[in-house]
Design a protein around this ligand. Structure first.
Ligand code: ADP
Length: 479
């Protein structure tokens, strides 16, 4: 069997740099894909915020210049191997020596550079990719550049491209002036597809037009983004290219998220010792100032505080939550309107609601372990990892039936007793409250049924094994 080489281009990757789920995927998928017949290497920008312990170990390979419109920009190529995975880093201090990863005034230029530099670097690296796998808008121009500027070079002319949508909401839309000035594509008729209108160039639209395969991070989201409601204006092209679009569910790092070994927990437990889980609840009640009482069900929410996550519904039902015999712990930072609402209720009902406005990884693990149920009523959810993490810790998720939430949570069926959580269909606060009440009554009235759901949730397989197999199949079918 021919060995397939894949170069995975992303804007972030654990353990080097992370702002969201993309970094988790880039950091864990390659080692699972990597087998005798597949080699996957990762390429990211060499941000100044990369931890020194990694930077010190990087090997400088070479430097070259990247043509970008009328410019020629310096680019250094560095390499680092961790375990069996090789990582490449593209260096240009003008673009990547910044305080933050995204949100800079010239993001359109920075990531056009990165996408072009990825293509150019292939000419210089000690690796011959058969496939260039790009992710989200930051790398969306690479399939365009590869086709338009690198189709004559021996090392690049046969490379196939895959583009994965992690969140279609963020497309990389900039002034159409960039098309000629920065991208060098003004005279290329096909590249005019990049224009979503007369004034705007849309990087993701470019990838959707030029890539050989398009994937997204759950089968449900792959369906949804072909519709007007979820497609964010790109549904027309996704419907046109539906035959090359597929959804592969993300996995989680089940070694890192393991209640049996997690050092962040007060008390470790596994499927056979689920009773020990309550020690974590008692400890968190103490830590957060909530009433220490194992007979009160504890719900939790760990999230970026943005509209996407369905927090309007949560805010709406908070007064009802305060009337019920339950506790709610919220961990998250984000939009001021949610922080203010959660702070208000936490201040007025300190016995019921605890709001922790920070980003704290070990604390998130303690909360996953301590809770009985986990709220995730997202407006849309490409995949979602938090619901998988909560299930891994035998905490039952309450989710809206959308995207990856629908694909990963089996709703409780009171007739058969099966399920791994609770769900509701419409983006409606009363439906969320209905699901909370359903969970509460089961918790109070039928401990055996609840225990059975906990066992189902904790034994569900969310490791990368199955998804990595799907990716390998995708790669094999493409070359
Ligand atoms: P998204 O990528 O849209 O933010 P996911 O559910 O895919 O949502 O992944 C969110 C990840 O970020 C999870 O690992 C979750 O535990 C973590 N997380 C979110 N908010 C916080 C926080 N305030 N502190 C610690 N971890 C957080």
């Amino acid at each position: 069997m021919k060995k397939i080489n894949i170069l995975f281009a992303a804007s972030e990757c654990t353990p080097f740099i992370k702002t969201g789920g993309l970094a988790d995927v880039a950091g864990s998928l390659p080692s699972y894909v990597d087998t005798a017949n597949y080699e996957m290497r990762v390429i990211i920008p060499k941000y100044s915020a990369l931890p020194k312990k990694y930077v010190d170990k990087m090997e400088y390979m070479c430097h070259f210049y990247v043509p970008l419109g009328w410019r020629n920009q310096y680019c250094g190529l560095f390499k680092l191997k961790i375990g069996k995975v090789t990582y490449y880093f593209l260096d240009n201090e003008y673009y990547f020596k910044r305080d933050q990863l995204y949100g800079e005034f010239d993001d359109g230029e920075r990531f056009a550079f990165f996408s072009k530099a990825v293509c150019e670097s292939i000419l210089y690296m000690d690796f011959e990719p058969d496939i260039l796998h790009c992710n989200d808008w930051h790398t969306a121009l690479a399939p365009v550049f590869l086709r338009e500027f690198y189709r004559d070079a021996d090392k690049t002319k046969n490379i196939k491209t895959i583009f994965t949508i992690h969140n279609i909401k963020f497309q990389g839309m900039f002034s159409s002036v960039l098309l000629g000035d920065m991208l060098g594509l003004w005279g290329t008729p096909a590249a005019w597809q990049l224009l979503s209108d007369d004034h705007t160039v849309n990087y993701m639209l470019g990838a959707l037009c030029y890539s050989d395969r398009i994937t997204t991070v759950s089968p449900g989201y792959a369906e949804e983004i072909c519709s007007w409601y979820y497609g964010e204006g790109l549904d027309f092209i996704l419907r046109k290219r539906r035959d090359i679009l597929s959804g592969i569910l993300n996995g989680i790092d089940t070694k890192f998220y393991d209640p049996a070994k997690d050092k962040a927990l007060v008390c470790n437990y596994d499927l056979k010792s689920l009773d020990k889980k309550k020690e974590n609840k008692l400890a968190l009640q103490k830590e957060t100032g909530l009433k220490v009482d194992e007979s009160i069900p504890m719900f939790s929410l760990i999230s970026r505080l943005t509209e996407q996550k369905g927090l309007d519904l949560v805010t709406y039902i908070l007064p009802h939550i305060c009337e019920r015999n339950m506790q709610l712990v919220i961990l998250g930072v984000g939009d001021a309107k949610y922080e203010e609402a959660f702070s208000y209720y936490a201040a007025n009902h300190p016995d019921k609601i605890c709001f922790l406005p920070k980003f704290d990884e070990p604390l998130s693990h303690r909360i996953y372990a301590a809770s009985d149920a986990f709220l995730m009523p997202s407006r849309f959810e490409p995949c979602g990892l938090s619901q998988m993490m909560s299930m891994r810790y035998a905490t039952l998720p309450i989710v809206r039936e959308t995207g990856g939430l629908k694909d990963s949570v089996i709703p409780y069926n009171k007739f058969t007793g099966e399920g791994t959580g609770f769900s509701f269909a419409n983006f409606n606060a009363h439906e969320l409250l209905g699901a909370v009440d359903e969970a509460l009554s089961l918790w109070f009235d039928d401990k055996d049924a609840w225990r059975h759901l906990m066992e189902n949730a904790a034994s569900a397989d969310f490791s990368w094994k199955a998804s990595a197999k799907d990716y390998r199949e995708l790669y094999r079918n493409l070359v």
